[in-house]
Design a protein around this ligand. Structure first.
Ligand code: SF4
Ligand code: SF4
Length: 97
């Protein structure tokens, strides 16, 4: 699914930072036990979040394609998303706008 979603952001390019993960789920047990709809999975345009069969949710290595929109942090009802900007010089390079 994330490959399909990345078509949406294919106009952009990304400078990956392998030494700093700027998106993560703080506590996957919260996703599993308390979150009903897992909105981070649905809303992320880059397909960063993956819902496992048991309800736990993880941020994957696709954080490299994060467009820094902030939506995942906004929609999480439990403030369970860790999100900061990539380090200087890394992250998305917008082609349009
Ligand atoms: S900031 Fe946007 S693109 Fe990045 S992980 Fe969150 S929802 Fe996905
Ligand atoms: S919205 Fe928050 S609590 Fe729900 S699955 Fe995503 S990170 Fe977990």
């Amino acid at each position: 699914m994330s490959e399909d979603r990345r078509q949406l952001t294919a106009q952009n390019s990304f400078r990956h930072d392998p030494d700093f993960v700027h998106v993560a789920v703080k506590d996957t047990s919260v996703c599993e036990s308390a979150c009903q709809r897992h909105p981070c999975v649905t809303i992320c345009p880059s397909g960063v979040f993956v819902l496992e069969g048991d309800g736990a949710t993880h941020a994957t290595a696709d954080y490299r394609f994060c467009v820094e929109c902030g939506a995942c942090k906004l929609v999480c009802p439990f403030n369970n998303v860790y999100l900061v900007l990539p380090r200087g010089g890394f992250g998305i390079e917008h082609k349009h706008g």
